[in-house]
Write a protein that binds this ligand. Structure first.
Ligand code: DOR
Length: 435
């Protein structure tokens, strides 16, 4: 394997301190870190004093392959990831067909090996009757349960079906926690409203809280490893702060930190997602939850739909926003504004998700760890521009927002995958394994 030398970088240490120096990648791992490394490598990058971070691990994306490749596929989604400094992703099973058996998982793995520029892992989706498959199919990072219906056909909303899944097996269960019965009742109740802001009233805070309470109760009853996806309400943060078993983790999406119901006026259905954007007090509670560790890490829930689809009148407009390409610059911009530290960014976006999913040797810049890295520009602010997006749908809810921290180079397994604005040909990610 070729040697890649990165010179003159400001290297982020896991504790948030920074050292100036060089880093040598060999055989896909970080072989050496030193103030100066004088060897002749196969390729040498001048980091120009920019900040070198561990590659981001995005533990929740929807890349639409197979079935909806006109929105995204594993190639375009992984290129968008790499552009955003995301070197590994975990992808959701609500494709078409859904990833709910070994054959569908094998198919995704085969497709990913052909075209993914980033490292990849996949969830297996639960249905009311695939208990054996969700426990056996592999490799998978966990079982995904949609407790409330969202994009696609996966849904497990009956208490007895949920209980059967929690009671049998030991694999991580990740829940989309929204209460389907309450959502259906409220959809009926609000049926005369067609403004998109009603989305947050229909799928209200209580809908999320009810499902999160049920998942927590089942997890406690069976001591089952539980991950709560995209926490969105202050009520859920308070619930977990009172009572979070050691085997439970939770995540938050930048959209739920940085957008709220006031943004519907500006963004319309572009801001429609499940669970929905909430109120400013929920934004504040989610930040507080991240800071005090109630929320363990950040995912994007990258969920591309075309602008044409998003322009349909509510409720035909689909839920979800792209995000994999902007999460790191968004969070680094927040860091520069003083809302978090470099140690927190790495915990929330790099080694936190790695630890939760048992992904070894990723998420820290340490000798012997995997050479998944991103070099970011912390000096020049540039706006998000729809026309520059790599996601196939080519839009972002943050279009126009000026951000710092855009990647200059992204390195996957010691190979330069993103090179000053362009994806290099021929680089491929690897399948992740989960311990
Ligand atoms: O808004 C969402 N969109 N939430 C989900 O849970 C699914 C996602 C999608 O796949 O479109």
């Amino acid at each position: 394997m070729p040697k890649l030398l990165i010179r003159n970088a400001r290297l982020a240490r896991p504790d948030g301190s920074i050292i100036e120096g060089d880093l040598l990648c060999h055989d896909g791992v970080i072989e050496r870190i030193a103030a100066q490394i004088s060897i002749s490598a196969d390729e040498t990058l001048d980091a120009g004093g920019n900040l070198l971070l561990p590659g981001v691990i995005d533990p929740q994306v929807h890349f639409r392959e197979p079935g909806r490749e006109y929105k995204e596929d594993l190639g375009s989604g992984s290129r968008a990831a790499i552009k955003g400094g995301v070197t590994s992703f975990l992808e959701m099973p609500n494709t078409d067909p859904s990833t709910s058996n070994q054959a569908a998982l094998d198919d995704k793995l085969r497709r990913a090996a052909e075209k993914c520029v980033a490292n990849y892992g996949f969830f297996i989706g639960a249905t009311p009757d695939n208990l054996d498959e969700v426990n056996r199919a592999g490799p998978a990072c966990g079982i995904k349960i949609f407790m409330g219906a969202s994009t696609g056909s996966l849904l497990v909303d009956k208490a007895e079906d949920l209980e059967r899944i929690f009671a049998n097996g030991s694999r991580l269960i990740a829940v989309h926690a929204e209460d389907e019965a309450r959502i259906r009742a409220r959809r009926e109740q609000f049926k005369d409203r067609t403004d998109v802001a009603v989305h947050s009233d229909i799928r209200d805070n209580q809908s999320a809280l009810l499902a999160t309470e049920l998942a927590l109760a089942l997890s406690r009853k069976y001591r089952r490893r539980l991950h709560i996806l995209h926490l969105s309400t202050h009520e859920e943060v308070e619930l977990l702060r009172r009572d979070k078993p050691a085997w439970v983790t939770a995540e938050v999406i930048p959209n739920h930190l940085l957008l709220n119901v006031n943004d519907y006026a500006r963004l319309g259905a572009l801001a429609q997602m499940n669970p929905p954007i909430r109120r400013p007090e929920d934004n504040a509670a989610l930040w507080a939850g991240l800071h005090d560790g109630v929320i363990d890490f950040i995912a994007t829930d990258h969920a591309p739909h075309t602008l044409e689809e998003k322009r349909k009148p509510y409720p035909q407009s689909p839920a979800g926003m792209p995000g994999v390409e902007t999460s790191l610059p968004l969070m680094l911009t927040e860091m520069k504004a003083g809302r978090c530290t470099l140690a927190e960014i790495q915990k929330w976006m790099c080694h936190g998700p790695a630890a939760a999913y048992g992904i070894r040797n990723k998420g820290k810049i340490l000798e012997g760890w995997d050479a998944d890295l991103t070099l970011v520009d912390m000096v020049h602010a540039r706006p998000v521009r729809n026309e520059e997006m790599f996601t196939r749908v080519r839009w972002s809810p943050f279009n126009g927002r000026k951000l710092i921290g855009w990647p200059i180079y992204t390195i996957v397994g010691g190979q330069v995958a993103f090179d000053r604005g362009k994806i290099r040909d021929g680089v491929r990610g690897r399948p992740l394994s989960f311990t």
